[in-house]
Design a protein around this ligand. Structure first.
Ligand code: PMP
Length: 427
């Protein structure tokens, strides 16, 4: 892979901060090392002595005086080493990345902890996109990504999705404006980046079939595309074994996988991680060095204590419990949709994530309906246009989340929507 082809001028201009490098060296150094180098503050002056977190089984994660001093201090940009190592092992166990066949510390794979996957996504677009570039994306897609990428002045090309995720036939059709040879021409505007949410898509709930993953990977090889695999719902796949990721099939090193703890351990702790080829992950690290410096050491350490206590098996058992919880919620939502919305809306039952995508029959633009009328009925959904890659495009869809509402609330909410739709159809 010629990674220079994918990096923009901003990214090429980013260089390592000598002070950040020194922080890493200092933390690796022997206890006898005397450092007069870095300007890190003295943790003796911080007003925290120790911390404990209680788990559901009443056991505790404890940060004693020594650990809390580390937790309150600056730490290396890619993440605290023990957490990075734990996550690399996890990725190897779950995805066996082909570019990493020699083990987590060898081969080409690298990993960086980020402040939620949102930070990793935003830095990645900042690294890859030049104004005027054509960027391929699921249509519809996650508004957080649109918020990160739209101001970069690129041209977002929507690739239609259905209940099985991004459609390879549409992708081929879109790319037919170019030829694979255009990738060799630096002047060509052939797309270089493809962004997709393979599991439990936000907003559609769609999960990409294995056949499509393979087909899209082959298209990406043909057109030398970088695949950005935004996967915060990976662990919320309701069927096990989970579907193979792009990371697991990435023989070229043409993908970055964005993972998150937000849906399974805590959204407020703000921890995610990005995995992919070393040359790109190292660049993301440089972008972070110019913004947050690193993800909170305190949250990383609490997280690591938990993961270390659980081990990979315990962590995966927890993920299964969370996924089973959402699966049950999904079942309640579908039961209520069947009861109230048959004939008024269409949907596919999602096999991952926390969203149901409802296509409201006879409604051209759900924005008006939701913003003006649904509130009167005391029910709220997100109108589909919020997720459109094409600004201002009306949508007949709404996104209904089954994450927080109780089964009773979901039932009542969908009944209220049904009443609204019936009233509207009589106007
Ligand atoms: N990608 C998608 C598809 C999401 O739905 C979200 C959260 N809503 C994110 C990324 C960002 O998640 P995080 O909390 O890890 O930043």
């Amino acid at each position: 892979m010629n990674y220079a082809r994918f990096l923009n001028a901003v990214s090429k201009a980013r260089v390592a901060s000598p002070i950040r490098e020194l922080t890493a060296i200092q933390q690796r150094g022997p206890p006898t090392l005397i450092s007069l180098a870095s300007g890190m503050p003295n943790t003796d002056m911080f007003p925290f002595i120790q911390a404990s977190v209680t788990l559901p089984d009443d056991s505790q994660l404890h940060l004693d005086q020594k650990l809390i001093k580390r937790a309150l201090q600056y730490s290396p940009t890619p993440g605290i080493p023990e957490l990075v190592q734990w996550l690399k092992q996890l990725q190897v166990q779950l995805h066996s990345p082909p570019t990493c066949s020699l083990g987590p510390d060898q081969g080409q794979m690298d990993l960086c902890v980020t402040t939620g996957s949102q930070e990793a996504l935003s830095k990645t677009f900042e690294m890859l996109v030049t104004p005027g570039d054509n960027v391929l994306m699921d249509q519809p897609t996650y508004p957080g990504t649109l918020a990160a990428v739209r101001p970069l002045g690129c041209n977002l090309i929507p690739v239609e999705t259905d209940q099985l995720g991004m459609r390879p036939d549409v992708l081929r059709d879109v790319l037919s404006r170019w030829t694979p040879q255009d990738c060799k021409n630096p002047q060509s505007d052939v797309p270089k980046v493809l962004y997709t949410i393979p599991n439990g898509g936000n907003p559609t709930g769609a999960t990409m079939s294995l056949d499509r993953r393979q087909e899209i990977y082959e298209i990406a090889r043909n057109y030398d595309l970088m695949i950005l695999e935004d996967d915060p719902y990976y662990f919320l796949q309701f069927e096990r074994p989970r579907l193979p990721s792009f990371l697991s099939m990435d023989v070229d090193g043409r993908g970055l996988k964005f993972d998150s703890f937000s849906k399974i351990l805590s959204s407020g702790m703000r921890v995610g991680y990005v995995t992919g080829p070393k040359p790109l992950v190292s660049k993301i690290v440089l972008h972070l060095q110019a913004s947050t410096l690193h993800t909170s050491t305190l949250t990383q350490m609490i997280l690591f204590l938990l993961l270390e206590k659980w081990g990979v098996d315990g962590f995966l058992q927890h993920c299964d419990r969370v996924s089973d919880f959402y699966k049950e919620r999904r079942d309640h939502m579908i039961k209520s949709a069947d009861k109230w919305l048959t004939g008024l809306a269409e949907w596919h039952s999602p096999s991952a994530g926390m969203f149901l995508w409802l296509n409201l029959q006879g409604v051209q633009d759900t924005h008006k309906l939701i913003m003006e009328k649904a509130m009167e009925k005391e029910v709220l959904f997100v109108p589909g246009n919020a997720f459109s890659v094409v600004p201002g495009e009306p949508s007949p869809h709404v996104r209904a989340a089954f994450s927080q509402a109780t089964p009773e609330q979901m039932d009542k909410g969908l009944e209220r929507l049904a009443r609204l739709l019936k009233e509207e159809s009589q106007l």
